[in-house]
Write a protein that binds this ligand. Structure first.
Ligand code: BG6
Length: 530
């Protein structure tokens, strides 16, 4: 993952039950994902008492290693990870919880393409079942490069690791992103995986769904009577979703060259935000009720046409006060690379609620500020009444849901500026998570891991959803693959992205992107007021 992902979130209340006995097998135990996200998340679950008492972890990777060696490398990472965030210092690591976790971590050397590896996993699982009473329940986590997803699933199937002997025990498989790189490959991967596993055993991760603020979109919409009646084409002019990053490709040039911003972020993370914003209320929180309503949104998305898409690539610049290289000067990147590091799309959702309300989506590396938000622009009020007022530029309302880093919700509206004449000013009401809930160390994978252990698929992507998402972007991917961009690099590092993206909104009438900054919206209070 690119940026530092530590966020505040509420501590689970004491009524949240512990997950039941299980073993976890991490393929790619020595990899970056295990180190930076999976292990810290397991540690956080241990400190909040949500991991099962009967628990064991087996890390599988191709290099030589031992239980102690693996534990030590994770220990080193935890200390630098926690210290590196600047949010709390390493001395705050809960030694009891961390030692408890480490004592049940076991390392296994194995090549993912070798059937013997899966036999060894089977042997080790039998051992921990005995020593740690894991009850035959197993969570397989594929923290491996995507080219191994099919291979590992086949290996599990061939070794009969995905089945239990007719007892109650479960076997579940977590698959990371990217799930395919276009529609055809996603379909092929689904078909391969579903030859071995039932859909209810497959947990396709999109870590954006682990973010509290993303999950909260549904609560905010459906637990409040205030906004839902306005949440449709009669009252909403358009929606803007921004996921702006201040990191570049961070040594991932090789991966990024083959991926690009569109594949990396749109059909997965950004579309999840769209689905949460646009879905109909589900009849219950049952996983398939929620996922079916989300799939309805994906099915209603029109295929994006090349003229509804803008691509960008960063040039040298200054990000957060530091000079940054051009993308083409990054390691493992072609000097003439055509890969996009920024993408903006205009998405149409052709259903009863949203027809005629464009969703403008954008994401990019090396932008001016790290911020992710969903912003709803309401239709303007009839202005005749204010035609003669001093302020000519009367703003329509914005409702902004800040996903990260300053989690919260704000509503912008117009008020009368105090004084003898009628004059208007845009002001803002703010809710900030940090003002209402205690902050807790959270890397975004805690809820997701807990959900796999407790068998809740609500926050995971179903096969049909993944395929629909690729269908929506497939034409643009195809077009971009065939026609080289003429203006790359076309935005300076540390800015809001290419001018072409501004023009895309300007062409649609009086629309403009919100500024890429924390807390965009009206200027601050006047006259030194606080
Ligand atoms: C990953 C992408 O899936 O998400 C990265 O591959 C990106 O390129 C990251 O930086 C963003 O996630 P977060 O949680 O840091 O916003």
């Amino acid at each position: 993952m690119g940026e530092q992902t530590v966020a505040a979130s509420a501590a689970p209340d004491s009524s949240t039950p512990k997950a039941g006995a299980c073993a976890m097998v991490i393929f790619g135990g020595g990899g970056d994902l295990t180190k930076r996200l999976v292990t810290p998340a397991l540690y956080n679950l241990a400190t909040t008492g949500l991991l099962p008492d009967d628990f064991a972890i087996i890390g599988v990777d191709h290099s030589d290693g031992s239980d102690d060696g693996w534990r030590d490398s994770l220990d080193e990472m935890m200390r630098s990870f926690v210290g590196g965030t600047g949010e709390f210092d390493p001395s705050q690591i809960d030694a009891k919880a961390w030692d408890w976790l480490k004592s049940r971590m076991f390392y296994l050397k194995g090549d993912f393409e070798d059937p013997k590896t899966f036999e060894s996993v089977k042997g080790k699982l039998a051992e921990v079942e005995n020593s740690h009473h894991t009850g035959g329940n197993v969570l397989f986590y594929l923290a491996v490069a995507d080219r191994f997803f099919g291979t590992v699933v086949d290996g599990l199937g061939a070794a009969k690791l995905t089945e239990t002997d007719g007892d109650e025990a479960w076997r579940r498989v977590v698959i990371e992103k990217p799930f395919g790189h276009d529609l055809a490959s996603a379909k092929a991967l689904n078909a391969r995986v579903l030859k071995v596993l039932r859909e209810d055993q497959v947990y396709r991760i999109d870590h954006f769904l682990g973010k509290e603020t993303v999950q909260n979109i549904m609560t905010f919409r459906f637990a409040n009577g205030l906004f839902e009646p306005l949440w449709n084409r009669d009252h909403i002019d358009h929606v803007q979703i921004t996921v702006a990053e201040t990191v570049g490709v961070e040594g991932r040039g090789g991966f990024y060259e083959a991926t690009g911003a569109l594949r990396d972020m749109m059909p997965n993370h950004v579309f999840q935000l769209v689905a949460m914003t646009a879905m109909e209320p589900p009849v219950s929180f049952d996983a398939d009720d929620v996922r079916s309503r989300k799939v309805d949104v994906f099915k209603s998305m029109k295929t994006v046409k090349p003229e509804q898409a803008v691509r960008g690539q960063y040039d040298a610049g200054t990000v957060l006060g530091k000079s940054t290289k051009a993308y083409r000067a990054e390691p493992h990147v072609d000097l003439h690379s055509k890969t996009e590091t920024y993408v903006a799309l205009k998405l149409d959702i052709d259903n009863w609620r949203w027809a005629g309300v464009p969703f403008y989506l954008r994401t990019g590396k090396y932008m001016s500020t790290r911020t992710s938000e969903v912003a709803i622009r309401f239709k303007p009020a009839p202005m005749a009444l204010f035609a003669e007022t001093k302020t000519s530029d009367i703003q329509a309302n914005w409702l902004a849901i800040q996903i990260q880093p300053d989690e919260g919700i704000s509503l912008q509206f117009e008020v009368k500026r105090p004084g003898p004449v009628v004059d208007l000013k845009s002001v803002k009401m703010n809710f900030a998570y940090k003002d209402w809930f205690p902050a807790q160390q959270n890397v975004g994978y805690e809820t997701l891991l807990y959900d796999v252990m407790t068998g809740d698929q609500t926050l995971f992507q179903r096969a049909d959803q993944v395929e629909e998402a690729w269908r929506v972007v497939d034409e643009v991917l195809d077009h971009w693959g065939k026609s080289a961009p003429r203006d790359f690099p076309n935005y300076v590092g540390g800015t809001a992205g290419p001018v072409a993206a501004d023009l895309m909104l300007a062409r649609d009438g009086d629309r403009a992107w919100r500024p890429v900054k924390l807390d965009p919206g009206p200027e601050q209070p006047e006259g030194g007021a606080k």
